[in-house]
Design a protein around this ligand. Structure first.
Ligand code: COA
Length: 219
């Protein structure tokens, strides 16, 4: 289990100081892009970016099942734009963990020839700052700790295994599909609600557009 306190403190500090300054060492001159809210007309470009970044396998991911039929939080969907071109996108989705409301971050994607410029971190920082301002308490995701720890994410603690229990460790969070527990990460956005309190099954907080199993809209 990863120790919680220092990283939560670090996250809060980054949120209050502006994480982009802290987490990206890229010179200001390189940053020709700006971040703004996603607009409806961005959707086809965002879809193409995600298709290129994640491939067809994205539909089979447990995280995708939590987005199925759900619209992303409009106020927490951001794009990075440069010279009128889409460079990256991040979205957040409403979920319930156990009986606690949370957000799930993802997909986060940056155009392949634009990576390493700080766009991904900046998109997340903007999203986390806005989520905090809107009163959200927790953000979870499935991803690589070395990357997401840069903006304060840490591994969700593993559940205690019963005495004599066998098999791999399980996360305190249960996704609707197989997920490597080491990649289940979270961040608490306010002091009063520590990440340790989060646990249980992860499910969609709402369904906006019911679909059949084959993806067709329900009449
Ligand atoms: C992951 C992704 C969003 C990062 O975007 P980006 O704009 O290149 O990220 P940033 O420029 O903000 O950060 C780059 C830094 O993070 C590091 N990094 C990127 N992905 C990483 C990963 N998976 N694990 C560890 N470090 C990673 C880079 O090596 C780089 O390090 P440096 O600053 O020391 O040079 C981008 O690579 C991407 O779109 N990948 C394909 C989609 C994807 O995998 N999304 C994440 C799903 S979990």
């Amino acid at each position: 289990m990863v120790s919680a306190k220092p990283i939560d403190k670090a996250c809060r500090r980054l949120l209050s100081q502006g994480m982009a300054k802290k987490t990206s060492a890229k010179p200001q001159a390189e940053k020709g892009w700006t971040i703004r809210h996603e607009r409806p007309e961005d959707a086809p470009l965002v879809a193409a970016l995600n298709a290129e970044s994640f491939g067809p396998g994205r539909f089979a991911r447990a995280a995708f099942r939590l987005r199925e039929g759900v619209r992303p939080e409009e106020r927490l969907s951001f794009v990075a734009i440069e010279d009128g071109k889409l460079r990256g996108n991040v979205r957040f989705w409403p979920v319930i963990v156990g009986d606690t409301a949370a957000l799930m971050l993802g997909p986060l994607a940056v155009e392949s020839d634009q990576r390493g410029r700080g766009i991904g971190i900046a998109l997340m920082v903007r999203g986390l700052e806005e989520a905090k301002a809107l009163g959200h308490r927790y953000v979870i995701l499935v991803g690589d700790l070395p990357y997401y720890s840069r903006v304060g994410f840490r591994q969700i603690a593993f559940a205690e295994r019963k005495e004599g229990g066998r098999g791999p460790p399980s996360s305190k969070l249960a996704f609707p599909g197989p997920v490597d527990p080491k990649r289940i990460l979270g961040v608490a956005l306010d002091d009063a609600h520590p990440l340790e309190a989060l646990g249980g099954a992860v499910r969609r907080a709402r369904i906006d557009d019911p679909v059949c199993a084959d993806g067709a809209p329900l009449a």
